[in-house]
Design a protein around this ligand. Structure first.
Ligand code: NI
Ligand code: MN
Length: 234
């Protein structure tokens, strides 16, 4: 797809991904920067980050949302309760949504889809209910359909995501322990039928042992599993 070459997807370690559309919309998913041991330290975020998407409330997905939104003027998009939570922490602009819904973010339609995972946000007062964990499908006007699964187990309704949105590029957690590992992710790939898989949520911490090579061995021919390092773009 020539169109997909104009869409830039940069992995910033763990589940943190920067998507820059061909028309210039900048979207950061799950900002985990300061305490992310795999964040590429020399990487500078663009001055303007239009939107920050949050898949769920765990610290390794939201810990930098307040400073990044403030410094880069971002609107935060999350499930309703999580959007309210980050607003209470100082984020000025939020869009609360829920599963099955779509919001238009510039030239990108963002659809919130299911994930199978817990979601709670922790601060000094304890753990707060911030809705359920989710994934996002991003349909770019002049580009591919992307799917960021968030943290999840494999689930057979991934077939609904395939039937409804036909994602070409699937960003899937493969590390295991807190999410699916390569064995489960391989079944997810068969449900989703993407052209390309961008593995996430592996190698950050010792328990996240799954590797792109293991996944590549398990998926059928015709699906490219990209072996990338934090800071790389696809
Ligand atoms: Ni999580
Ligand atoms: Mn996580």
């Amino acid at each position: 797809m020539s169109s997909s070459q104009e869409t830039k997807i940069t992995w910033l370690g763990h589940a943190t991904v920067l998507v820059q559309s061909a028309r210039g919309t900048t979207i950061l998913i799950d900002p985990f920067i300061e305490h992310n041991p795999k964040y590429p330290k020399s990487f500078k975020l663009p001055e303007k980050v239009d939107y920050i998407l949050l898949t769920h409330g765990h610290g390794d997905h939201i810990s930098d949302v307040v400073p990044v939104a403030s410094k880069h003027g971002s609107t935060v998009v999350a499930i309703y309760e999580l959007a309210a939570y980050v607003e209470s922490k100082g984020v000025e602009k939020t869009i609360g949504m829920n599963l099955g819904g779509t919001v238009q973010l510039g030239d990108v339609a963002a659809t919130m889809v299911e994930a199978r995972h817990s979601s709670g946000a922790q601060d000094e007062k304890g753990t707060h209910y911030v809705g359920v964990a989710a994934g996002f499908v991003l349909t770019l006007e002049d580009g591919p359909v992307l799917y960021h699964a968030g943290d999840t187990a494999v689930f057979s309704d991934m077939q609904l995501i395939r039937d409804l949105y036909r994602p070409e590029i699937a960003m899937l957690p493969i590390g295991g322990h807190f999410t699916m590992g390569p064995k489960e992710a391989a079944l997810a790939v068969s449900f989703l039928a993407p052209k390309k898989v961008l593995p996430l949520h592996f190698g950050t911490f010792p328990p996240l042992t799954g590797t792109p090579a293991e996944l590549a061995k398990l998926v059928g021919a015709g699906v490219e599993v990209v072996s990338w390092s934090p800071g790389d773009s696809a």
